[in-house]
Design a protein around this ligand. Structure first.
Ligand code: C2E
Ligand code: MG
Ligand code: MG
Length: 641
């Protein structure tokens, strides 16, 4: 069928529109249906208002013809309901009525009626009215679509052009064009080029407090500085703006090698990191940068395509090199190397997966003995967390703890470690094992972000572990970060009867001053001073100094990282009280620890020598306990990590 072309619409693609007739008079329905069907329309009918509204919602007709006076829901209410519903709001609506007064008509129009047809009507009038309304409706919606799509055409979803007004720099496409033109005119296709990316770091943390106006101003300041310093640099390069706040791409001139580009980039970083003035106050912005080298104009026979592709690849590489690892504050530009991207993808996976590690029961603890050097007695164990990733296997804590500290999951992980270690030791003590104390590492992030005393109280209460059997290991950098808080936390946990050790002593910004300000029980000298100290007079001197200090200030010293007899003997002769290290044992799985303890006579101490003489424990056999008298050869490596 064709429809009125006055409205400029091509004939219906659908042979007919669908008209819903809502009318309580069956005779009228018959006439309407016959007329409309003859003109090619489909019809559906409802005999009262509620049914009509429901049908309109389900069928989505092209038009509704509706009586005003009906039992139950009247025509005005039907219209009102259709206009209130998103699904039916725009369907053309014509009232069919015996007679219509002025007030009724005003009301109908106000509610959104499109037309009135008075009964009795000529079939021709009915069809014309219906056709005209539908055509008009289609014209309007089509017009809106045209408008919408022209608006969409003007919006650049890559974001580059949207922000163009506030940016004085060319965008990436402009840079590609310029580089391609230059390559052709100089006949310099496929020469190696250095490409760099400079980007801001920690956008959320540092700039969250700025509103978008200030952020735009900041972007302009940064761009001005960037333009100025690259313009006056002896190392020429082209600069473009990349999508996102404070991200830029640089393509160095053909003559510039990697070393010169790196130097230039480092000095650019320094310039960009100096303070910005915004709305009367100083703002500092962290930047990082990365470089990558490659050829432009090689992947495609079309120069423009090739430059675009190659440049994109190099920029992505440079950006990868610009991204610092978790917990790293990179001062200098990084250089891309093969495999870097995969590492980052994996790191991102780990970051995400850490959120589920506790709940999915992927974490477990291993325990490394701590030995009283003078007597060789095992006085306790340090609990060390292990993560068995379903895909990557065992992930080292040196790798995932910094990630967990960065994404906040350390709070949950740290709490789990504390509760699990307390539970395990309470169980061993309950079985009469010579387990001694358990030392649990507390991260700097926990010190700041968690109520550590409350966690300790809860873990002790839940496990029923004697508080004197628990030690917290807090790193010196965590203490120094917020001295007042550290003092309060340490005071509170020590008041409960839990002891505190300062971990990794000597690796932070050691300040001897804090040793007298802070009350703690033990100090763990970092293994970097201990390993192989028998060959290094300076290490011996440092450890002796710490031991003297400990004697005066009254704390115990534990030496970490004792790997051989010579180191152990040296430390014993200097009256270092406690030692820990591979020489005694590597961190051991739970079943191995339990096995060694179980093999002792009831009431006997656990000696370091017992660890070495422990029966061979095969992980596959665990958790079966070995017979008490089975003495075996040297202990296999039990480090589960
Ligand atoms: P840390 O607390 O200083 O733990 C000692 C680390 O030194 C352990 O590494 C241990 O396996 C290793 N080690 C022990 N003896 C020797 C030795 O003789 N030679 C050498 N080369 N290394 C030795 P691990 O288990 O890989 O843990 C590394 C670090 O990860 C820990 O250092 C600690 O900072 C962190 N960490 C481990 N578990 C946890 C935890 O549950 N919570 C928190 N916050 N951090 C943890
Ligand atoms: Mg530790
Ligand atoms: Mg340590």
């Amino acid at each position: 069928m064709t429809i009125d072309l006055r409205y400029g619409r091509v004939p219906f693609e659908r042979p007919s529109g669908c008209v819903l007739v809502i009318e309580d008079d069956v005779a009228v329905i018959r006439v309407v249906e016959r007329s409309l069907r003859a003109a090619g329309f489909e019809t559906v009918a409802a005999f009262e208002g509620h049914e009509g509204v429901a049908l309109a919602r389900n069928k989505q007709p092209d038009l509704v013809l509706c009586d005003i006076g009906m039992p139950g829901m009247d025509g005005h209410t039907v219209l009102q309901q259709l206009r209130q519903d998103e699904r039916t709001r725009d369907i053309p609506f014509i009232f069919l009525t015996g007679s219509v007064g002025y007030e009724d008509m005003r009301l109908g129009m106000r509610l959104g009626a499109d037309d009135y047809l008075t009964k009795p009507f000529m079939p021709k009038d009915l069809v014309e009215a219906v056709q005209a309304r539908i055509a008009r409706h289609w014209q309007v919606t089509e017009g809106m679509q045209v408008k919408l799509s022209s608006m969409m055409d003007r919006v650049d979803f890559a974001g580059a052009r949207r922000t163009r007004k506030i940016s004085t720099l060319p965008d990436r496409q402009d840079l590609e064009t310029a580089v391609a033109t230059e390559l052709v005119s100089r006949d310099a296709l496929a020469l190696p080029r250095v490409v760099a990316v400079v980007r801001t770091l920690d956008v959320e943390r540092d700039y969250m407090r700025l509103d978008h106006v200030a952020l735009e101003a900041l972007q302009q300041h940064i761009e001005e500085r960037l333009t100025e310093s690259t313009r006056h640099s002896s190392v020429p390069c082209r600069v473009c703006r990349l999508v996102g706040f404070g991200r830029f791409g640089l393509v160095f001139h053909f003559d510039v090698g990697l070393s010169a580009a790196t130097t230039a980039l480092n000095s650019l970083l320094e310039t960009l990191r100096a303070a910005y003035w915004l709305q009367g106050s100083e703002v500092f912005v962290q930047f990082s940068a990365g470089l990558a080298t490659g050829r432009l104009g090689v992947t495609d026979h079309e120069v423009a395509n090739s430059v675009s592709e190659d440049l994109t690849r190099l920029l992505v590489r440079a950006e990868t090199a610009a991204r610092p690892n978790a917990g790293e504050l990179r001062q200098h530009a990084g250089v891309y190397r093969e495999g870097m991207h995969t590492e980052q993808v994996e790191s991102l996976r780990l970051d995400t997966d850490l959120h589920h590690a506790v709940q999915r029961k992927q974490l477990h603890l291993v325990y490394q003995p701590q030995v009283e050097l003078a007597s060789d007695v095992v006085i306790g164990f340090e609990a060390l967390v292990r993560w068995e990733h379903p895909e990557f296997g065992m992930v080292s804590p040196t790798h995932f703890i910094p990630l967990a500290e960065q994404n906040g999951t350390i709070l949950r992980i740290g709490e789990w470690v504390l509760r699990e270690a307390c539970r395990q030791f309470a169980e061993w003590h309950g079985r009469g094992f010579p387990a001694g104390r358990v030392a649990v590492n507390v991260s700097a992030v926990q010190m700041q972000g968690a109520d550590v005393p409350a966690l300790v109280r809860a873990a002790l209460a839940e496990s029923n572990l004697d508080p004197s059997r628990l030690q917290l290991e807090v790193t010196e950098s965590a203490v120094l970060h917020d001295m007042e808080r550290a003092k309060a936390v340490l005071r509170e946990v020590r008041y409960m009867g839990v002891s505190v050790a300062i971990d990794d002593f000597g690796t932070g910004h050691s300040s001897l001053a804090y040793l007298q300000q802070l009350k703690f029980d033990e100090l763990k000298v970092d293994r970097s001073f201990v390993q192989g100290m028998e060959f290094h007079a300076d290490r011996i001197a440092i450890v002796e100094l710490i031991l003297n200090l400990a004697e005066k200030l009254g704390f115990v010293v534990t030496a970490e990282g004792i790997e051989n007899v010579a180191t152990r003997d040296l430390l014993t002769s200097r009256r270092c009280q406690v030692g820990q290290g591979y020489h005694f044992a590597r961190p051991m799985p739970v079943a191995a620890v339990a096995g060694v303890m179980q093999s002792r006579r009831p009431g006997a101490y656990l000696k370091a020598a017992d660890l070495a003489a422990a029966p061979r424990l095969q992980l596959a056999q665990l958790p079966q306990m070995p017979p008490p008298d089975a003495a075996g050869g040297a202990m296999p490596s039990m480090d589960a990590g």
